[in-house]
Structure formats: structure tokens, C-alpha cells
Design a protein around this ligand. Structure first.
Ligand SMILES: [Zn+2]
Ligand SMILES: [Zn+2]
Length: 345
């Protein structure tokens, strides 16, 4: 038996993308922590725009705060239209709490941080610079973030308006948001970015997937437009400590969801098994089309039925496999992709 989500440890529920009053969010860091704790979360990363702040003093034995911030660069070729045009947003999560310096600080992007002090005093790596909306600059941002103690993932492809032909030029990030609840709840974007993910996977990129709220809380809790508590990551770690949780994220020991939960994911010989909360459908995604020779990549249900387990025969030509679980409300859970060598094939 080969466990793809570790057999040992515990699942911890995390929102890894969130904005507070330190940038353009409506709730203070304390209010965010309280709300997420009360709603069953174990982990929160407050990732304000271009402003890295240490929130670990709010960590408790049963609630972990991770530090991070959201970097961006946008196409300013037509300045009056730039807010509608292409942009790249990256989440940088500090791998240890002592990572305090921002990378590639460009004064044009630090409008929130300057409320709290002079731009010259913002802890930073190297000199200030001028970012440009080019793959070269985006890749340098990712590289410098990686080299200076951050985990980097690519945010909300749908909202960013970036073409696949551009996204595929970006390198070095360890994952992407397959779901962003703020974009869904308040801006009407789709329920997943699976096509972007599969495109990158087919290029051989080994990436994790995240589902985050990206909440700004312009609407109260309970409002249909509320952007909290919609997308989450279930991280399986040995314990609820900064070190153990970061290690689990780096290893890809998590799945993400907008509702369904995944209990177990493992290979038994060449058969992939998944156990999950009551669902309507379970889908297998692979690199090539995969329904040939009698195999169905879909376990579905008739009206009134549920499915809580599925198994799929895996073949070496599958390239990679990933699973999606869909419940009766249309909410989805996503595993990351596992390539054949990880499956022992
Ligand atoms: Zn963003
Ligand atoms: Zn954001």
C-alpha cells in the first residue's frame, strides 16, 4: 500500500490567502483569526498586498498563524485601463517565522505598507526596483522569493486575465489556486481553474493546487456575497506547528476543497483508491484521454444515491493522475496531480 496522503498525522483546515485592514480588507487580523477559528479552521495565513507582517504572536496551541504576503505586477501599457487588464498575483508564504524581508520592492506597489512607515524602512532584500509586466520579471520575483525563504504559488488565473500562453512561461512556483472563493462569490468567476492546471501538468510541471478564500470581507458573514469560508486546504501534518505544516505543504501532503472532504488516498498495486465524504461523482483526470479499453474515469450516482469510495486502475501511459470529488451541491474537492514515479509505476 502506498499512501498518497500520509497515513499518519492529522488533517488541519487552512485558508492561505486573506486580506486584512493592513491592506484592502475590512477586518482586522484579530477579527479574521477569531472568525476562522470559530468556523472550524486550524490555520490562517494573512497575506496582505505587498505588506509582510508577522502575525505569529496570535498563534495558540490549537490555531496556527502563518506569515505571508501577496505580490503583484500589472500591465501598465495603457495606464487609464490598467485596473481592467492583465496582472500576475503571487502568494508568498514565509517558510519560517523569521523570514521578514520583502523581495523586489517597487514603490509603485506598496501603497498600503507606506501607511505604516517610510518605504525606505520596509524590511527588504536588496535595492528597490522597477517591476515590469514581463515573464522575465515575474520569473525573477518567483526566484527571489524562493531564494529568500518563501513558498510561492500562483493566484486566481481566471481573475488575472492572463493567457495560457503567458502563464506557461512562468516557472519556479510550487502550486496554483485552482479555486479562489472571492473571485467566485463576489465576481462570478467559475468553480475551478482545472484547465490551467492540466495545461501546466501536461508540460511536466509538478504543481500542487490550493483553494483559498482571498477574502476582503466587504460583505458581512452570512451574506451571499461574503467571501469567507468557501475554499480551504486540508493539510495532513504530524502536528500543528509552523515547521510541520510548512513541511507538509512543501511535500504536497494536502488536498483542497470547496466542500467535500477526502479521508484516504492510496495505491494498492496499480489501483488508486479514494475514500471521501458522501458525493455525487468522482472523476479521474489523467494526461491523455483515458476512457479507452473499457475503463471509465468516472464513478457517478443515480438520484438519491451517494458514493464514498472509488477505485481506478492506473496505467503507465496515464502520465499523471488527479481526482475531483463533486457533492450534490456541486461543490468540489481536488487532489493534486501525482506522476507515475510517485505511484511506483
Ligand atoms: Zn490577488
Ligand atoms: Zn488576494
Amino acid at each position: 500500500m502506498r499512501y498518497l496522503l500520509p497515513e499518519k498525522g492529522k488533517f488541519y483546515k487552512a485558508n492561505l490567502h486573506c486580506h486584512s485592514t493592513l491592506s484592502d480588507g475590512s477586518l482586522t487580523p484579530e477579527e479574521l483569526k477569531k472568525a476562522y477559528k470559530e468556523n472550524g479552521y486550524d490555520i490562517l495565513a494573512i497575506t496582505d498586498h505587498e505588506y509582510l507582517v508577522d502575525h505569529t504572536d496570535m498563534t495558540e496551541p490549537d490555531f496556527l498563524m502563518l506569515n505571508g504576503y501577496e505580490l503583484y505586477v500589472k500591465d501598465m501599457s495603457e495606464p487609464e485601463l490598467s485596473r481592467f487588464y492583465r496582472t500576475t498575483h503571487l502568494n508568498a508564504i514565509a517558510k519560517t517565522p523569521d523570514v521578514k524581508k520583502q523581495i523586489m520592492v517597487d514603490p509603485r506597489y506598496t501603497k498600503y505598507a507606506v501607511r505604516y512607515g517610510k518605504i525606505e524602512d520596509l524590511p527588504r532584500v536588496g535595492e528597490m526596483c522597477t517591476r515590469t509586466y514581463t515573464p522575465g520579471c515575474v520569473n525573477r520575483m518567483i526566484k527571489e522569493a524562493n531564494e529568500n525563504g518563501f513558498l510561492v504559488f500562483y493566484n486566481h488565473p481566471c481573475w488575472s486575465r492572463e493567457e495560457l500562453s503567458v502563464i506557461t512561461q512562468y516557472t519556479g512556483f510550487m502550486g496554483m489556486e485552482i479555486y479562489n472563493h472571492g473571485c467566485f462569490a463576489t465576481e462570478g468567476y467559475g468553480t475551478d481553474d482545472g484547465q490551467t492546471y492540466d495545461t501546466l501538468l501536461r508540460m511536466g510541471r509538478r504543481l500542487a493546487v490550493f483553494a483559498n478564500d482571498d477574502n476582503h470581507n466587504k460583505y458581512p458573514f452570512g451574506d451571499p456575497l461574503c467571501d469567507s469560508f468557501g475554499g480551504f486546504n486540508m493539510i495532513k501534518a504530524e502536528e500543528l506547528t509552523y515547521e510541520a505544516v510548512i513541511a507538509a505543504i512543501e511535500k504536497g501532503d494536502f488536498y483542497c476543497s470547496t466542500g467535500p472532504t477526502i479521508e484516504k488516498l492510496y495505491m494498492d498495486g496499480n489501483v488508486l483508491h479514494i475514500e471521501c465524504s458522501p458525493a455525487r461523482d468522482i472523476f479521474l483526470r489523467t494526461e491523455p484521454r483515458n476512457n479507452a479499453k473499457g475503463r471509465s474515469p468516472h464513478v457517478g450516482t443515480k438520484p438519491g444515491e451517494v458514493v464514498t469510495h472509488a477505485q481506478f486502475e492506473i496505467r503507465p501511459e496515464d502520465g499523471y493522475v488527479r481526482l475531483e470529488v463533486v457533492d450534490h451541491a456541486g461543490k468540489k474537492a481536488f487532489t493534486r496531480a501525482y506522476f507515475m514515479d510517485e505511484l511506483g509505476m
